[in-house]
Design a protein around this ligand. Structure first.
Ligand SMILES: Nc1nc2c(c(=O)[nH]1)N[C@H]1C(S)=C(S)[C@@H](COP(=O)(O)O)O[C@H]1N2
Ligand SMILES: [Mo]
Length: 332
């Protein structure tokens, strides 16, 4: 694996190429092989314009939720709601940060989620039935994207362990595999270069002990309301000690499995993104430092405050024991 030497000066926003731009370049290079002389490449903006066209459709309405409020942690400042819902990574809805909030294709109601695989009692969950009948819990978590920006977000949902336990995993269940909805009509990036060159559906995975850890969360709400499409409506994973790409959105399947399942970013660039993806300021991304992050709070996006990144994103006391004896440089 390539490990970049840490530079003496702190990173600026320009030092980190957003994943989308990097992956687009890879795609364009691939495309050029087909004959550069005859192909006119639409610009990124041009492709987006072609694929939109429903721009005036109303944005998904969110509804207030029944959720027990969490205590406000004294050391954390919440990211303003309008930033949490307008600066997103959800490549199925476009690779620019502002694309997902402007795409109005996803129809999250009704929605079913399967819990299956190595379990005694597989079941299919009516997600809206769960939302309507459950008093959800609020969790205020740090979110650290692998691109070196971060937020603090108030999620509403249930612990992942609670749902998995209901299915009664067998002794062969060693990992948990998650899958996002596959429907290019609702998630247009799945049918075009708008999706950043990823093979869809987006898939993710956890080791069973990570999945059963009390911090692992299934969010059905944000800021006390049902999830907006751009944040992964109607149900998504939140694993706060791992890079944001592990927190897979709009899931339709949770499968208990025996072997380590494939994961989307690892498939795309295995030397850059591992299966574990624990936040670790000491292990740089091959193309940038992970020692610090741009916290998105009040104020302009690019004036955002740079702060040190914490081991396991600040959740080390709770989760470090899961990785005892593992070399975290090897298992990045
Ligand atoms: N299906 C799917 N899930 C996804 C992504 C995605 O592109 N597709 N992006 C991931 C990344 S990189 C991050 S940082 C978080 C962002 O979550 P947020 O937009 O709610 O802040 O979602 C993750 N889940
Ligand atoms: Mo991310």
């Amino acid at each position: 694996m390539l490990i970049k030497r840490r530079t003496a000066h702190p990173l600026t926003e320009q030092d980190v190429t957003p994943e989308a731009v990097y992956q687009d370049r890879r795609l364009i290079l691939k495309g050029l092989g087909l004959g550069a002389a005859t192909l006119a490449f639409p610009t990124q903006a041009g492709v987006l314009d072609l694929l939109r066209g429903k721009e005036d459709a109303p944005q998904l309405a969110t509804k207030p939720l029944n959720s027990k409020p969490a205590e406000r942690p004294a050391n954390l400042v919440l990211t303003p709601e309008e930033k949490a819902t307008s600066y997103n990574n959800f490549y199925e809805l476009g690779t620019d940060k502002t694309d997902p909030a402007r795409a109005h294709y996803l129809k999250p109601e009704p929605w079913t989620l399967k819990v299956e695989g190595e379990v005694a009692k597989p079941f299919t969950l009516d997600v809206w039935d769960l939302i309507n009948k459950t008093e959800l819990e609020e969790r205020i978590y740090r979110l650290r994207c692998v691109e070196a920006w971060s937020m603090v977000l108030p999620w509403n949902g249930i612990s992942l362990a609670e749902l998995i336990r209901r299915a009664e995993p067998t002794s062969r269940a060693k990992f948990v595999a998650f899958e996002t909805l596959f429907d290019p009509k609702q998630l247009p990036g799945q049918a075009s270069s708008l999706g950043g060159g990823i093979e869809y559906p987006y898939v993710e995975g956890l080791r069973i002990d990570e999945a059963m850890h009390p911090l692992s969360f299934l969010a059905m709400g944000l800021y006390g309301k049902t999830l907006p499409a751009q944040n992964g409506a109607p149900i998504r994973l939140v694993v706060p000690w791992k890079y944001g790409f592990k927190s897979i959105k709009s899931i339709v399947s949770i499968r208990l499995v025996e072997e380590m399942p494939p994961t989307t970013w690892n498939l795309l660039a295995p030397n850059e993104y591992g299966f574990y993806a624990n936040v670790n300021p000491q292990v740089d991304h091959p193309r940038w430092s992970q020692a610090s992050e741009r916290f998105i709070g009040e104020g302009g996006l690019f004036g955002a405050k740079r702060q040190p990144t914490l081991m396991f994103n600040g959740y080390g006391d709770e989760v470090a024991s899961l990785y005892q004896g593992m070399d975290l440089r090897q298992w990045y």
